[in-house]
Design a protein around this ligand. Structure first.
Ligand code: MLT
Length: 389
């Protein structure tokens, strides 16, 4: 029996598990302190009414012989694929139903998709970046090259003609920086991918936070993208499904064999998302569902503004928060990311995410999320002011 030795090349534990462990230890040692978590991007508002009603109805259906469902289609029920198709249509993107695959979230499919690619591919990942892109490739034994995202390029790196990438990861609005590519910038990436015969793995998990109609929510808004891009999206942040688990992956038929290969992979390794969850997801795309989730998204955006206004008041450099739930800030007093993490936790009991956990260019930066409650966000920022104003 041989182990997959590539695992030896990973960090000892996943970033958010390391943070959770540190915070739990702190709470155990300081049970009287109120810790405010603005670290992992986990939502706090409950599922909206329309979604809950759909869940209840679907549960009832499962208890009745005539409407009970067993195995569903691995790619998702047509009722949900049609709803996703309609959502894309509202952004002027035409998709065929069999290009839409219902998933249990973007994270799983971002890892699973790598089954379709050989080991000898050059993987290009922006730094800093959501750690899943890097870790899943390290697990498979692929070499990863980085493209620098930093203050100079406003955390929006552009293609480098000197690198021949085969697999390119793009996340916009970006996790962790909150930066968003405009259409011209994405067009440059699409042109680069087409020229290099490369594939773009486009993570659009935060598209619902975009409030400027000129900014692309989907890479397929860019001409040529269906010839070179797979898109991953999720209802986690859009509709509070972090615990309910549902997302969708788009594999265009223009990508040739890849669409059929993904069907083959999914039918072999996946049995689909539960029927009741898919009914809940369908409800997200109804008129009422869209109205309700927008209220929740605006609530989080208000929190982002509270955080951003506080940082401005304290003269702390930051970006994001406008089209994104994440605020990316420079650690005050030249502190390093983990140093600042400990400083905030020990002094004001605020949990954030150290920028260095997202890559070397994240060192000296820190990420806060707007997914907390309004009360906690206000309280956290009052504590912040005590330290830095
Ligand atoms: C994050 O905090 O970066 C996200 O919650 C991670 C995820 O969505 O898996």
């Amino acid at each position: 029996m041989n182990l997959n030795v590539n695992y030896d090349n990973l960090e000892q534990s996943y970033l958010f598990s390391t943070i959770a462990k540190k915070v739990n230890e702190y709470i155990q040692n300081n049970p009287d302190k109120k810790v405010i978590r603005l670290g992992i991007g986990d939502v706090t508002l409950p599922l909206c009414k329309t979604v809950i009603n759909a869940l209840h109805n679907a549960v009832d259906e499962m208890g009745v012989q005539a409407t009970f469902r067993g195995y569903g289609p691995e790619q998702g029920y047509d009722f949900l694929r049609t709803a996703v198709q309609g959502y894309y249509k509202s952004h002027n993107v035409d998709l065929e139903l069999d290009e839409i695959f219902i998933s249990d979230g973007a994270k799983s499919d971002l890892g699973n998709i790598l089954d379709l690619f050989g080991i000898n591919n050059t993987v290009l990942v922006p730094d800093p970046v959501y750690p899943v892109y890097v870790d899943t490739n390290i697990m498979a034994g692929r070499d990863v090259k980085f493209v620098d995202a930093n203050g100079e390029n406003e955390f929006l790196p552009m293609p480098d003609k000197n690198i021949n990438a085969d697999i390119i990861y793009i996340c916009s609005p970006n996790n962790p920086t909150g930066a968003v590519y405009n259409k011209n910038q994405l067009k440059a990436w699409v042109e680069y991918a087409l020229l290099n015969n490369a594939i773009i793995l486009f993570d659009s998990a935060y598209e619902c936070f975009i409030s400027d109609n000129e900014l692309p929510r989907s890479i397929y808004e860019i001409e040529g993208a269906k010839d070179c891009a797979i898109e991953f999206c999720s209802l986690s942040k859009t509709a509070g499904f972090t615990g309910t688990r549902c997302g969708y992956t788009i594999v265009p038929k223009n990508l040739g064999k890849l669409n059929k290969m993904w069907v083959r992979r999914q039918t072999t390794k996946f049995n689909g998302v539960p029927y009741i969850v898919q009914r809940a997801a369908e409800a997200v795309f109804s008129d009422e569902g869209q109205k309700e989730i927008k209220e929740n998204i605006n609530y989080y955006k208000d929190n982002a503004k509270i955080i951003s206004d506080t940082l401005k008041d304290c003269n702390i450099w930051h970006v994001g928060g406008k089209h994104s739930p994440y605020i990316w800030l420079k650690c005050p007093n030249n502190m390093k990311s983990w140093e600042f993490f400990d400083y905030l936790l020990n002094n004001v009991q605020i949990v954030g995410t150290p920028g260095s956990g997202f890559g070397k260019n994240g060192e000296g930066y820190f990420r806060l999320t707007s997914f907390g409650s309004k009360e906690n966000t206000i309280e956290a920022m009052a504590r912040f002011k005590k330290l830095f104003k």
